[in-house]
Design a protein around this ligand. Structure first.
Ligand code: NAP
Length: 484
């Protein structure tokens, strides 16, 4: 239980740290030892309404600053994040579970995202369009979309808010952020940094509370002009329907089920090691994590041996300890649903090559053994449901056309991975795969300057890159008639 002296971590509304109106609070749990880390203020609609109103008021002056002046403040956020990366990374590990080195990488990637958008805001170009009649002129201007409601999940609590806050601020929008209820603490620290960087009062606001209440206020309050959501496909669909009423803009970054395809010319030993890194990063709780491994028959045996050996030797433990490569899963429910998926796969004929259960080395904490499966049947749920778990299902193939067909047999289309040194194979795969992000010999593809997002039921729109800025801009067409 939280001690009576534990400091309450508060929401940030209109430049002030606030408790919930009714005094409601929620405990945040450390997944490595199941202890209470902190208590947070847990508000609802009324607090969200005030945050939207503050953001609306603040936008009148924020949007009038030049992109250069906004850029200076956004760049300062990046500088502070880098200076304080160790402290915020520690908080991230404590509340989310990922190893400290991964947590620090997340903070530095997010700082890069702020820096990149600080610059890209200066490139919100309109166009001058050639006229077709002598007395007419045509041009477009870019205009900030308005106040944004931003909702994110627990797996990358800083990165996924940075991908919304940084471009929104660069475009001249103001924002109300809602973190996942289980991982709000590092985002609270980011809000402290933003205040320190000189972000004006009301431009950024943080609300915490039941998701439905906050989302209802975002959807029904006309002040909120855009919802940017990262999370499950199911919630994304609900929000998209809700946005239709007031025709709110919506960006959706949703689930995935990425294929990882290894051709026979690739070195199976090197690729198996890369595959293990890509799969077990953050315990497989990554939207772009590879979920189905198609390995060519000629290299399947060697790949399997190395993948199993490497996965077996990954160091599992509390992410704060040195040398740990995999932390706990983020909650008990996630561990239980992983066991259910594995048991289902076994019933349909799958073999467990390593792992397969909760680790018995720990008395407390949600530690699950890195798992490798073979002999998967198409009926196994793990072949179609997003696993979000440390489980690596191995399959084989012999023909390029067949593997493209298998890879695309999913409602998702977020990421795909191909390992080959053959240029023709590379090109055919890049053209044939239905995925918004394709890593060729690259297991970790996300960078701030390139578009990130999915096809099919993996989402709508793109974050990062210039597209990530456009998502916060409207295009105004200006038609000018000259005097005779
Ligand atoms: P989730 O249940 O959809 O939750 C994500 C966020 O939405 C949380 O802040 C949650 O709040 C909130 N939420 C829950 N129910 C809601 C509702 N009815 N209306 C509005 N907001 C609601 O997702 P999750 O299972 O925690 O997260 C994992 C999912 O996110 C996976 O599918 C993963 O692939 C996806 N993801 C996608 C990307 C990408 O960039 N494409 C990146 C990371 C993760 P509470 O925490 O308060 O419940």
């Amino acid at each position: 239980m939280a001690t009576a002296t534990a400091t309450l971590r508060k929401m940030f509304i209109d430049g002030k740290w606030c408790a919930a109106d009714g005094g409601r609070t929620l405990e945040v749990i450390n997944p490595a030892n199941e202890e209470v880390l902190a208590e947070i203020a847990y508000g609802g609609r009324a607090e969200t309404r005030r945050a939207l109103e503050a953001a609306h008021k603040a936008m009148q002056s924020w949007m009038k600053l030049t992109s250069w002046d906004r850029g200076k403040i956004i760049k300062k956020i990046a500088d502070i994040m880098r200076d304080k990366a160790d402290a915020i990374a520690r908080t991230l590990t404590l509340e989310q579970g990922k190893p400290l080195a991964e947590a620090k990488a997340e903070i530095l990637h997010s700082a890069d995202t702020f820096e990149w958008f600080a610059e890209e805001g200066k490139r919100a170009y309109g166009q001058v369009i050639p006229h077709g009649a002598p007395g007419k002129r045509h041009m477009t201007l870019k205009h900030p979309v308005g106040v944004v409601g931003a909702i994110s999940p627990w797996n990358f609590p800083i990165t996924l808010q940075a991908r919304k806050i940084a471009p929104a601020l660069a475009a001249g929008c103001t924002i109300v952020s809602k973190p996942a209820s289980q991982t709000p603490l590092c985002l609270i620290q980011l809000f402290e940094f933003m205040a320190e960087a000189g972000v004006p009062v009301g431009v950024v606001n943080l609300v915490m509370g039941p998701a439905q209440e906050i989302a209802d206020e975002f959807l029904e309050n006309p002040i909120c002009r855009k919802i940017s959501f990262t999370g499950s496909t199911e919630v994304g669909k609900q929000l998209m329907k809700g946005c239709a009423d007031q025709m709110k803009r919506v960006s959706l970054e949703l689930g995935g089920h990425a294929p990882f395809i290894v051709f026979p010319d690739a070195d199976p030993e090197v690729v198996a090691k890369a595959a293990v890194i890509g799969k077990f990063r953050n315990n497989g709780q990554v939207c772009i994590a590879p979920s189905r491994f198609y390995v060519h028959k000629d290299v399947h045996k060697k790949f399997t041996e190395v993948a199993v050996e490497t996965a077996k030797n990954l160091k599992l433990g509390n992410g704060l300890e040195p040398g740990i490569e995999i932390g706990p899963m983020f909650e008990k429910k996630a561990m239980e649903s992983t066991s259910v998926l594995i048991e289902d796969a076994k019933k349909t004929g799958a073999k467990v090559l390593t792992g397969g259960k909760r680790s018995d080395r720990f008395e407390k904490g949600y530690f699950f053994e890195p798992t490798v499966l073979s002999n998967l049947s198409a009926e196994a749920k793990i072949m179609t449901e997003e696993p979000f778990a440390p489980v690596m299902p191995l399959l084989d193939f012999s023909k390029l056309e067949d593997v493209i067909q298998q890879a695309n047999k999913t409602r998702y289309g977020l990421a795909a991975y191909v390992f080959t040194n053959d240029l023709t194979v590379t090109w055919k795969m890049a053209e044939g795969l239905e995925a918004g992000i394709i890593g060729i010999n690259e297991p970790v593809p996300a960078v701030p300057q390139c578009p990130f997002g999915g096809m099919k039921e993996s989402g709508l729109g793109r974050e990062l890159g210039h597209d990530g800025l456009e998502a916060y801009l409207e295009t105004k067409y200006i038609a000018l008639r000259l005097r005779e």
